[in-house]
Design a protein around this ligand. Structure first.
Ligand SMILES: *Cc1c(COP(=O)(O)O)cnc(C)c1O
Length: 401
């Protein structure tokens, strides 16, 4: 475990996670760096989202979908045996128990409902491991929309099961053969495709990345994680608010949604990245997929390929709000290795009877190592978002264990 960015002391209990400044700015990050036709399409999404988010009718319809279809609210589970071994009090926010098995469904149901409200009849999405693609295909089927999912050719080979699930759900899966044939290129291709289809299609981005309003809108759709957890902590924790709030960070949506519920408390926020995909911890300023943020780059400024055993953390950058929270010292970003994550997954399985997604296992690996190394003082209360379940990772784990 390596510590890449410090907190500002004392940790400010301020309202850092409100609306972004004009044109989607979080500090010096964010913005809308897109071709003219997409700038217009983003403006329409922005306007529709603002209207919808202020409309109790939309909020109510979404809350109902999340309840009756996705299984919300998700429980807060005390990890009793592991807590005892670590000398801290660890609570898990169980996004692994949602329909389709990860937090992605929260955002996708929000965007699908928004697309319906805007009169769109098709969702366009990119996917890496296929989790966001499956969630998008699921929401499209539920609301009677079409879905077109762009996926790198290499990922299609590696994730055959999710490709089948998407097709079973009625989505069209389009192989992307350019560049590294993985998530970065699938995202570029999806955006290019949207240019010619903005009239009838909504681009459903899977994380807090991309041009304004996506980073903000996706965080708002995911803040249900943090809002629920805040109320559950208030009811169940002796301290009311946990001392630490921890989540894994790929693009950063489950972390942003979790952090948003605690931004105005003194809780210390920790984002855990993969060693090989550490945009917040080790990225440099750049522009990719319509947004200014921190990206892994070579000396010529070319975006480099991320590498992680967890496909959902295999993105070479991080959402603009995380870059800003890092600069402010409001959240701290750390990295863990593939091996540490695998070890943490096995430990959770054997102490709590939960097989986590390898992405979520990164967050747990930090908790384990910080509790052992004194970074987490004995007796601390820790809320950790368990972003997804590990079923999708069993073939990867089977080769290693
Ligand atoms: C996609 C995914 C992630 C990473 O995405 P964020 O936008 O950083 O949340 C993490 N965990 C799981 C289970 C995922 O499917």
């Amino acid at each position: 475990m390596r510590d890449m960015s410090p907190w500002r002391e004392p940790v400010p209990p301020d309202g850092t996670m409100g609306e972004p400044r004009a044109r989607g700015r979080f500090g010096e990050y964010g913005g809308r760096y897109a071709p003219e036709s997409l700038v217009e399409a983003c403006r329409e999404v922005d306007e529709a989202f603002r209207e919808a988010w202020a409309d109790p009718g939309f909020r109510g319809a979404l809350a109902r979908l999340l309840a009756v279809h996705a299984g919300r609210p998700t429980p807060l589970t005390p990890a009793r045996r592991l807590s005892e071994a670590l000398g801290v009090q660890l609570y898990l926010k169980r996004e692994d128990l949602t329909h389709t098995g990860s937090h992605k469904i929260n955002n996708v149901l929000g965007q699908a409902l928004l697309a319906t409200r805007m009169g769109r009849r098709r969702l366009i999405a990119e996917t890496g491991a296929g989790q966001h693609g499956v969630a998008t295909a699921t929401a499209a089927a539920l609301l009677g929309l079409e879905a077109t999912v762009f996926m790198g050719e290499r990922d299609i080979e590696r994730q055959a099961l999710n490709v089948f699930r998407m097709r079973m759900l009625g989505a069209e899966v389009v192989p992307v053969t350019t560049g590294s044939r993985t998530l970065k290129d699938a995202t570029s291709e999806a955006m290019r495709h949207w240019v010619g289809a903005t009239g009838d299609s909504h681009y459903c981005i899977g994380s807090v990345v991309g041009p304004d309003p996506y980073p903000w809108m996706v965080r708002e759709f995911q803040r249900i994680i943090g809002d629920e957890a805040r109320a559950q902590c208030a009811a169940e924790l002796r301290t009311g608010v946990p001392d630490y709030v921890v989540a894994c960070v790929g693009g950063g949506s489950n972390a942003a949604g979790t952090f948003a519920g605690f931004a105005d408390t003194p809780a210390r926020l920790v984002g855990v990245e993969a060693e090989g995909g550490a945009g917040a911890a080790r990225g440099r300023l750049g522009v990719l997929h319509g947004c200014r943020s921190l990206f892994l780059q070579d000396d010529d400024g070319q975006i480099t390929q991320a590498h992680s055993i967890a496909a959902g953390l295999d993105y070479p950058g991080v959402g603009p709000e995380h870059a800003h929270l890092r600069d402010l010292g409001r959240a701290r970003y750390v990295t863990v290795t593939d091996d540490e994550a695998v070890g943490a997954a096995v430990r959770l399985a054997r102490t709590e009877g939960i097989v986590p997604a390898l992405e979520s296992a990164h967050a747990l690996a930090w908790v384990i190592s910080a509790a052992g190394g004194g970074d987490l003082p004995a007796g601390s209360t820790v809320l950790m978002t368990l972003s997804g379940r590990g079923d999708k990772d069993v073939s990867t784990l089977k080769e290693l264990l």
